[in-house]
Design a protein around this ligand. Sequence first.
Ligand SMILES: Cc1cc2nc3c(=O)[nH]c(=O)nc-3n(C[C@H](O)[C@H](O)[C@H](O)COP(=O)(O)OP(=O)(O)OC[C@H]3O[C@@H](n4cnc5c(N)ncnc54)[C@H](O)[C@@H]3O)c2cc1C
Length: 416
Amino acid sequence: MSEQMGPRESILIAGGGIAGLTLALALKRALGAGFSVIVADPAFVARQARPDTRAYAVAAAAQAMLQALGIWDKIADGAQAMTEMVVSDSRSGDAIRPVFLTFDGEVEPGQPFAHMVGSGALIEALTAACREAGVDLRGEGVARFDSGESGVSVVLGGGEVLRARLLVAADGARSKLREQAGIGWVGWGYGQSGLVATIGHERPHGGRAVEHFLPSGPFAILPLSDGGRLGHRSSMVWTERSENVPALLSLDEEGMLAEIERRFGLELGEIALESPVSAHPLGFGVARRFVGERLALLGDAAHLIHPIAGQGLNLGLKDVAALAEVIVDAARLGLDPGAADVLEGYERARRFDTVAMGAVTDGLNRLFSNDATPLRLARDLGLGLVDRLPGLKRFFIREAAGVAGAPPRLLRGEAL
Ligand SMILES: Cc1cc2nc3c(=O)[nH]c(=O)nc-3n(C[C@H](O)[C@H](O)[C@H](O)COP(=O)(O)OP(=O)(O)OC[C@H]3O[C@@H](n4cnc5c(N)ncnc54)[C@H](O)[C@@H]3O)c2cc1C
């Protein structure tokens, strides 16, 4: 090894989103003081000024991993179990919305298939745990890097040069690092945006998640822990055609609430906005490779999917479990964690699952964001069929919970 390339035991993660921070914590916890883990992200500075108000559905397998890493107990109080899921198909003006599919949301008795978790609380808990475990957190981005046979040389935004055995690109869907590595991206935009807000309501949601399939796309109401002005809260993820979004965002609060109410329905009583409405353009994409020379792509940097099934972050956390496992296994044997065969193990573990989930969410969105009558009839028959077959429902629940197949150790809730 060339002296220039720095210690054998060092990994630099570009991007301190949920995926990057969880990987850093898993590695540091398993490999300890002799192994240096650095996370670089300019957001460590910006986040303090602008807290994140989004919420995510965290599947049972990802929850088990957060439990094994000691994070779940820190966020459990604010998490809301999803105990039921209801899917309806309708036009937004319809007074009565036919229910086509219901799931009671338990993978095993007493284990809900997902919990809604605040993104801000999760990032805060992960950041504090990383700091406590000795992860080196840098409030600067990665400007560029240069991979060589024995290591990678990384230049931070301020000009400092760091050396590591492996660079992990966890820098989101528009990953500059992926681009710099020359790794292609197969993807397209949906011409849709996700409008996200916290909605307060008068009546309790009872842990029920509701997804109305409206012609412009799915409208999801996901249960949050109680609180706010009206006592109860849900997270709204409203998929809308992007061309309609500027006009919607320019509405005053009363006008916006009226638009939300038309789609939200009346079951939960009076509603109120508990946060500003933010808009996120939606797209699909998968990197042509998940690894390069001394480089691994993680989370949205490797794949971007439609939020229709609430699985984007969960896919990223599955990447974390698989990458942490191959790195830790190699490091414990004294092997180079950035070597090509180690990285190939990661790519093999993740590519098929990612492409499969991407295809399912893409297909669901295309099927449901459409008002053509024959298509409505076909999908309604399809949903009705799933509803009547408990075996098939169980299959879907286990897939959504991330516990199907033979998951890596962290996803089974085991320590590395
Ligand atoms: C409307 C909507 C609803 C969603 N709902 C769900 C849900 O219910 N469940 C679910 O599982 N998923 C959901 N998702 C998907 C989820 O938001 C993403 O999959 C997840 O946030 C990706 O996490 P990440 O850590 O990979 O990337 P990001 O969260 O994008 O983090 C990337 C980080 O990299 C940093 N960065 C960028 N460039 C650099 C650089 N050069 N150097 C260093 N750092 C850099 C950024 O500052 C950022 O902090 C939803 C998405 C949308 C749009």
